[in-house]
Design a protein around this ligand. Sequence first.
Ligand code: MN
Length: 530
Amino acid sequence: MRRIRIFDTTLRDGEQAAGGALTIEEKLEIGRQLERLGVDCIEAGFPATSPGDFRAVEAMCEMVKDCQVAALSDAKLPNIETTGAALKKAAAPRLHTVLSTSDIHLQYQLRISREQALEMAVAAVKLGRNLIQEVEFSAMDAARSDWEYLCRVFEATIDAGATVINIPDTLGYMQPPEFAELVKYVMEHVPNIDKAAVSVHCHNDLGLATALSLGAVKAGAEWVECTINGVGERAGNASLEEIVMALKTRADYFGCETGIRTEQIWRTSRLVSSYMGFPVQPNKAIVGANAFSHASGLHQDGMLKERITYEIMTPESIGRTDSRIVISKHSGRNAFRNRLRELGYELDDDEFMRAFRAFKEIADKKKDVTDGDIEAVVADQVLTVEETYKLDHLQVTCGEPSVPTATVRVVMPDGRIHQDAATGDGPVDAVYRAVDRIVGIPTKLAEFSVQSVTAGIDALGEVSVKVESDSGTFIGRGASTDIIVASCKAYLNALNKVAAARREREAGSGRMQPSANGTAPKRTVEPIPA
Ligand code: MN
């Protein structure tokens, strides 16, 4: 079996798409889970874009021990230096540099000749290799580049020290057989290709990212760049779970294996969806809510007789045990702690007690508590930001006809309790207006979504909000059996992140800030990478 390497770029390409709204603590939490999942490389960010991104990559390097940590840079030499510095503490660092090779990009965006681009790429890789042992060169928009020229650039960058060359279909433009052909062409026409590993990076603009990546694997590519849930620029990247499960389910066809512990896929998917504020569509392959449900009577009949009739892989193989009732309100501390451990959580004592209390509250309201509920509870209780404002009391009236009215009490940073009331278009609007009157931080609510964690009328509601402020864009989350309470918690969670960013800014350090820093332009490096 040929070993295929998985390069996860959820925290770089995916985070770009989330508007840079993750805090460093959230990135680290995702990084920990990716390490548990068994990816071969985590791309942690683009350090030269902001102090926040730099700090996040540095922190990831300090934490991750079991796989490579990569950081992206354009080909500008000072940015390569910065990237090398951010990667310094990694156990296995990889410096990833990118430059366009298509005439369209060279002519209209970079306004340089092919020869100039080639020289820039070589200089970037050379400097990178002086700093870091493992250097990847990506030819942005390779799919629309002249094949002969593309091969010349790869040859020169390998000579300059590149250990991995990446062929991106940056715009998801190619068709699968055509892209496989390109990969083969590169492998046959770059004379020193044996000195570097071949990688691909595909986008989903025509819904083909997974097919493009799998075709490339079949054609000989060793590394695949992908993201959890397929998050990423525009229509997203190739989805990690689809690629990994295709290789596993059709090992007979591909003759390949990966190092992914597939039972961790479901949990990773839920974590990324919740932190990035991107819900997963119900019919999404592998990780959609309906990916393993059989609705047709004929199919159900077959499933009851023999699962293999309508099942090519099991939900258990990706760690989906969400429908299983795991724990009840009579379960004690130890049972809860054991289940958390089995799910892969390591909480400190304080976090554990908060999660246990929240679990008891939910178990009182809900008949059955499932893994999905536990995950939502833990996500709600593990603090990725200091709780500057804390919900103390919430009361809402609404109906038809009636004026939605909310009374909210919040524990303020000085410990005092502030109370106010407001009316609104609906109960959530009324709550948010009351909170605004108390907290007084000017923000704009950009997105709001409610999802139920599990099935049933007593399901936990999980609310995700995206809030824009002068200190950046932030995602807040909250879970409760009461969706108005969950909405209020999510909003306060986002406001707490705004408050933390403001404190950082006032402290003047610029460190530990989330990568998006409001008024300052978010990405200062051009061009926006593949
Ligand atoms: Mn990309």
